[in-house]
Ligand binder design. Structure first.
Ligand code: PLP
Length: 402
C-alpha cells in the first residue's frame, strides 16, 4: 500500500486540478494585474473570478469583502491589529485559551504592550462558557477573536451566536476559520461576523495564500501600506497564480462539502471506532457531537505521542501529535492542557485528520496496525505493567506541567 496521509489539518495536497488552473499564471499570463495593457487585464479578470469563488464558498454578501493576503497568520494579525488601530480608546481583547499560536502569540505580545487580554477557558470537551463570555463584553473591548474550529480536537465553537452577542454589545468579532472553511458549510451574510481568516493550504490550494474576509462597513486599518492593491486594504502585488489556485480550490471545496460531511466523516468515524474498540485505554478527545467531520484526536494512555508517530511513520502512516519536544521535556499541547486531559493521556494524543483523498481501504489498514504499535510501546512504558496501568500511574512519574 502507498503511504497514507492523515495530517490534513497540518497541510493538504494541492489538488491536481488546482495546479493545472495555476500553471498559465507562471508562463503566458505573467502580467501585473494592476497594468492596463492586455497582459495585466487578463490576470485582473482572473483575480476577480477567484474573489467570487471565495465569496461563494463562505456565503459573503459581496466579492469586495474578500481581501487576499499571504497566509492565515497574516489575516489573523491584520484583523486584530486593525481593530486596535481603528478604536484606539479600546484596550481589551477577548480570545480563547485554545487558539492557534497565530492569535495567541500576537495577544501575548500585545499584553506586554499594555492591552488586557481575556482568554476564555474551555471545559473538558473543549467548549466555552457563553455566559462568562457575555459577562466580559463591554465597551473597552476592541475585538473578540475566537476560532471557528480547533485545529487539534476539531471542536467547533458557536461563532455565529458569539458574533451576535458581540454585535449587541457593540464589539467587533473576528474568527480564525482556517480549519473550518471548506469542511463545514457557512453563510456569512446571515451572521454578524465582521472578519474571518482563511488559509489556502488547508483546503487543497498552495501554501502562502490566505484571505481576510472584511464585512462591508467594518472599520479597518491596513497592516501593509503601499500600492493600491486590494482597494488599498493590503498593499503588495498580488500572488496571482496562488490567488487563482485558491479560487479553484474554493469552488472544488463547495462541490465536495456534502462528501466531506458524509463520506469523509464516515471514514473518520470508522477509524475512531475501530481504534478505540481495539486499543484498551484509548479515547477520542474534543466535543464528539460538534466537531469537524475530518478530525479525530485520540488519546492513547500511558505512552508518548511522539513515539507512536515515529512507529506510524515507519509503516507509512502520517499523522500528528499534540506534544512537542521542547527543551528536553515532552509537553502536551496547550489544547489538551486546557481541556484538563490527564497528563497520562495528554502525552499520548494523536491527531488523525482526513481529506477527500483518503479511502476506506487506507482506514482499515490503519486500524489493523495501530493496536500492535500501542501494545509494543506500552511494554516499555513506566506507567504500564503487563495488562494494565500501574497501580497509581499519576505517581509513577511527576507530571511535567502543573
Ligand atoms: N489558524 C489555525 C487554526 C491554523 O490551524 C493555522 C495553521 O496551522 C493557522 C491559523 C496559520 O495559517 P498559515 O499557515 O496559513 O499562516
Amino acid at each position: 500500500m502507498d503511504d497514507i496521509y492523515l495530517d490534513n489539518n497540518a497541510t493538504t495536497m494541492v489538488d491536481p486540478v488546482v495546479v493545472d488552473e495555476m500553471l498559465p499564471f507562471f508562463t503566458e499570463q505573467f502580467g501585473n494585474p494592476s497594468s492596463i495593457h492586455k497582459f495585466g487585464a487578463g490576470v485582473g479578470r482572473a483575480l476577480k473570478k477567484a474573489r467570487k469563488q471565495v465569496q461563494n464558498l463562505i456565503g459573503a454578501e459581496h466579492d469586495s469583502e474578500i481581501i487576499f493576503t499571504s497566509c492565515g497568520t497574516e489575516s489573523d494579525s491584520t484583523a486584530i491589529l486593525s481593530a486596535l488601530k481603528a478604536q484606539p480608546d479600546r484596550k481589551e481583547i477577548i480570545t480563547t485559551v485554545v487558539e492557534h499560536p497565530a492569535v495567541l502569540s500576537l495577544c501575548e505580545y500585545l499584553e506586554k504592550d499594555g492591552y488586557t487580554i481575556h482568554r476564555l477557558p474551555v471545559n473538558n470537551v473543549g467548549q466555552l462558557d457563553l455566559a462568562y463570555y457575555k459577562s466580559l463584553l463591554n465597551d473597552n473591548v476592541a475585538i473578540v477573536s475566537a476560532m471557528w474550529a480547533n485545529n487539534e480536537s476539531g471542536t467547533i465553537f458557536p461563532v455565529a451566536e458569539m458574533a451576535e452577542m458581540a454585535n449587541e454589545a457593540g464589539v467587533m468579532f473576528h474568527t480564525d476559520a482556517v480549519q473550518a472553511v471548506g469542511k463545514i458549510p457557512m453563510n456569512l451574510k446571515e451572521t454578524k461576523i465582521d472578519m474571518l481568516s482563511i488559509s489556502g493550504h488547508k483546503l487543497h490550494a498552495p501554501k502562502g495564500i490566505g484571505v481576510l474576509y472584511l464585512r462591508r462597513g467594518t472599520r479597518y486599518r491596513p497592516l501593509l501600506r503601499g500600492g493600491h492593491q486590494e482597494r488599498g486594504r493590503r498593499a503588495g502585488t498580488e500572488n496571482a497564480a496562488s490567488v487563482v489556485g485558491l479560487g479553484k480550490a474554493c469552488e472544488m471545496a463547495m462541490e465536495h462539502i456534502e462528501f466531506e460531511n458524509t463520506q469523509v466523516k464516515a471514514m473518520r468515524d470508522r477509524l475512531e471506532q475501530g481504534i478505540t474498540e481495539a486499543v484498551p485505554h484509548s479515547f477520542a478527545t474534543g466535543d464528539l457531537d460538534n466537531r469537524l467531520p475530518n478530525t479525530s484526536d485520540i488519546a492513547f494512555e500511558y505512552i508518548e505521542g511522539e513515539a507512536i508517530l515515529m512507529l506510524l511513520n515507519k509503516v507509512g502512516i502520517a499523522a500528528s501529535s499534540g506534544s512537542a519536544c521542547t527543551s528536553g521535556s515532552l509537553e502536551p499541547s496547550h489544547v489538551m492542557r486546557a481541556m484538563d486531559i490527564p497528563y497520562t493521556a495528554a502525552h499520548g494524543t494523536i491527531r488523525f485528520s482526513l481529506s477527500r483523498y483518503n479511502t476506506m481501504e487506507e482506514i482499515e489498514y490503519v486500524i489493523s496496525v495501530v493496536p500492535e504499535i500501542v501494545a509494543n510501546l506500552r511494554k516499555l512504558s513506566p506507567y504500564w505493567d503487563g495488562d494494565g496501568p500501574v497501580a497509581e500511574p499519576e505517581k509513577a512519574f511527576a507530571p511535567t506541567y502543573a
